[in-house]
Every structure is written in structure tokens, then in C-alpha cells.
Design a protein around this ligand. Structure first.
Ligand SMILES: [Mg+2]
Length: 197
């Protein structure tokens, strides 16, 4: 199978590092559990544009290189790469392609052949969406941590795993009726590997 994998929240545990960056900069004391939505301004306050500006600053900061992989992702991805073709699709912008590759070199050195940056996070209007990328690349499965993106892709018929860590409070605001049948909520990487056997 051809498997599309998101980066932040799926391979890269960005939130703890971004949260520390924010707290240091603004003297706040948010914890990872305070984020109930992927839209950061809903936690931080201010506008979408403010949040995007802060995240862009974070992307260029030394803190960014402190991001660690999500629990069990390196060995699970290595395992999947033996049977499946894997590629990454991320809403990170093009201008952090190099920093993204450095992270992948450190933790996923051989498994990933291709990374597609949609840039959705910083400029939603001008960018391509993940479902279109999955169609172009003929992906059979998507692994994603954002409920809205996962619902969109599953509604279009793509088999989608929503990686939903119990360590955070994201993706809790939904009704079961909204969840398409192609969308499967999973708690961990080992569960994904088990289900793709
Ligand atoms: Mg993500």
C-alpha cells in the first residue's frame, strides 16, 4: 500500500516545544493539555494572523530543533516501510523544508523517500489540501492527527487513521455522527502497525 503520513502530532511531537516557546516569549503558563483545538489562537487568544506569526517565528528559532519524535513512531515507521511505500504530507511551509529534513535524518533516516509541504498552515488560501495530495500520489491510507482534515479525507473515501493521543485534549469536540466510516481513531503507533498487518 501507499501510505501518506502527517508530520506534526504524528511523527514529530511539536506541541510541548511550541508551548514552551510561547510561554517563554509571553510569560504565560499554558500546558499541553490546555490545547483543545488545532487552531492555536483558540488557546492563546488574538487573531489567526497573530498565531501564524508566532508559529513562523518558532519555525526559525533554536527551540525548533528540540522537537522529538512521537512515542514509538521511529520503530513503527521502520516496520511499515518494509512492506509499504511511505510518504509525508505536511501543512508546514516550504521555507522549513531543510529543518524538516534534518529532523527526518535524525529519527527516520531511510524510511521516507518523499515529503510534500502544502503550506496550509501559514497561507490556507494559496495552498493545496491534503486530500488532493493523497489523490495525486495515489495514497491508499492517510495517518493524521487533525480531526477536521481526517474527516475531510475520510468523507472523500480515503481510509484514514486519526492518531489521537490520550496525552492531549485535541479532537474531543465532535459528535459520533460526524465520524465517517473510513475514519478510524487510534491511540498509538503500535495500534496502527497492528491494523495495517
Ligand atoms: Mg498534524
Amino acid at each position: 500500500m501507499k501510505i501518506a503520513i502527517d508530520i506534526d502530532g504524528v511523527l514529530a511531537d511539536m506541541m510541548p516545544v511550541l508551548n514552551n516557546f510561547y510561554n517563554k516569549k509571553f510569560g504565560t503558563s499554558f500546558s499541553v493539555g490546555d490545547y483543545k483545538y488545532h487552531d492555536l489562537e483558540k488557546t492563546w487568544g488574538g487573531s489567526k494572523e497573530d498565531a501564524v506569526r508566532i508559529v513562523e517565528e518558532f519555525f526559525q528559532s533554536p527551540d525548533f530543533s528540540e522537537i522529538l519524535p512521537i512515542a514509538n513512531s521511529p520503530k513503527s515507521v521502520l516496520n511499515l516501510s518494509k512492506k509499504h511505500e511511505l510518504f509525508l504530507v505536511t501543512s508546514r511551509p516550504q521555507n522549513i523544508k531543510q529543518r524538516t529534513l534534518e529532523f527526518l535524518q535524525n529519527y527516520f533516516p531511510k524510511e521516507i523517500k518523499k515529503v510534500i509541504h502544502t503550506g496550509q498552515y501559514v497561507s490556507p488560501a494559496s495552498s493545496i489540501n491534503k486530500f488532493d495530495v493523497c489523490v495525486q500520489e495515489k495514497a491508499d491510507v492517510l495517518i493524521e492527527d487533525c480531526l477536521e482534515i481526517a474527516i475531510d479525507c475520510a468523507n472523500h473515501g480515503l481510509k484514514t487513521f486519526l492518531l489521537d493521543s490520550s496525552l492531549n485534549q485535541l479532537n474531543r469536540e465532535y459528535s459520533e455522527g460526524e465520524i465517517p466510516k473510513n475514519l478510524l481513531r487510534v491511540k498509538s503507533w503500535p495500534e496502527i502497525v497492528e491494523r495495517l498487518k
